[in-house]
Design a binder for this molecule. Structure first.
Ligand SMILES: O=C(O)c1cc(=O)[nH]c(=O)n1[C@@H]1O[C@H](COP(=O)(O)O)[C@@H](O)[C@H]1O
Length: 281
């Protein structure tokens, strides 16, 4: 693997150091759960996310807006505005666009342009089911991060990801981790998604991928164990390193009242501190 630092990889390493935080705050703005004063307001989704970002920016290593929550509400312009705001106000914090794209090369080129050129994201989540030629177009955007689903946090993730691959006998998610680390990552742009709800699997993936960054959703609303996650996902010999650990709903909807941003900050701070404490266990 080419270990030379690149855009996203370097940004996240710097953010881990300067912020001393493993926490990624996810923006999953559900219109039905916004505080009343923002519901139906023309820029209400943007305002909601901006206030949460301002209240938590000193506590996180990165932000992760979820594409579907914006698109379903015809709020792509607000997503664009949000990422623009985050990049100009917090240039030291990478922004991951979570759109879980995956398609043939020519279409993937358009999805890559969407994520990196239209929205200006630093990294994007990608579904690897269609293979390497569906991932290559993202890698052509030098320095941008490509975060591939490996062992997802949802219960049904095991339906396919845990099936044994016949020629190696290992489960598909480990086969994928090996391919991603050893064959696909010549440019050093790749990271993997592993769910906090499956710490044993996180540890198996970590053992294969060395120092590759891991995006780990599943704490908070999905109930993943913080301590077990940090133990499993850390780079060997560097406890509390190499992870972007995402929480969305538990932080966004800590309060449905006008104090939503302060309440989000409180939960984010407790979560950041629990992640820090787990690194010293
Ligand atoms: O790629 C992701 O971000 C992702 C992968 C995965 O395996 N599980 C998972 O929950 N996610 C995303 O992470 C976020 C989790 O949200 P909360 O469960 O509210 O913390 C959502 O935006 C999911 O779409």
């Amino acid at each position: 693997m080419n270990t030379k630092t690149n855009g996203f990889n370097q940004q996240i390493q710097l953010a881990w150091t300067s912020q001393d935080s493993l926490l990624c705050v996810g923006f999953d703005p559900d219109s039905k759960r916004l505080p009343q004063a923002l519901q139906g307001k023309p820029d209400g989704i943007f305002e909601f996310c901006r206030e949460i970002a301002d209240a938590t920016a000193d506590l996180v290593c990165c932000f992760k807006p979820q594409f579907a929550y914006f698109a379903a509400q015809r709020a792509e312009a607000q997503l664009e505005k949000l990422i623009g705001y985050l990049k100009s106000t917090y240039p030291h914090l990478p922004v991951i666009l979570d759109s879980k794209r995956g398609d043939i090369g020519s279409t993937a080129e358009q999805y890559a342009a969407e994520a990196f050129e239209r929205y200006g994201a630093d990294a994007v989540t990608v579904n690897p089911y269609m293979g390497f030629d569906s991932i290559e177009p993202y890698l052509k955007h030098q320095g941008k991060g490509v975060i591939i689903l490996c062992r997802t946090s949802n219960p049904g993730g095991s339906d396919l990801q845990s099936l044994n691959v016949s020629h190696s006998g290992e489960p598909l998610y480990l086969h994928l981790a090996r391919m991603a680390a050893q064959q696909w990552n010549a440019t050093g742009q790749i990271s993997l998604v592993v769910g906090a709800t499956f710490p044993e699997e996180i540890a198996q993936v970590r053992a294969i991928v060395g120092e590759m960054p891991l995006l780990i959703p599943g704490i908070g609303a999905q109930g993943g164990d913080i301590e077990a996650t940090v133990q499993a996902g850390s780079i060997p010999g560097k406890q509390g390193s190499g992870m972007m650990i995402n929480s969305s709903r538990a932080i966004l909807y800590a309060s449905s009242g006008s104090d939503f941003a302060q309440a989000a900050r409180k939960v984010a701070q407790v979560t950041r501190d629990q992640l820090r404490a787990a690194a010293f266990k």
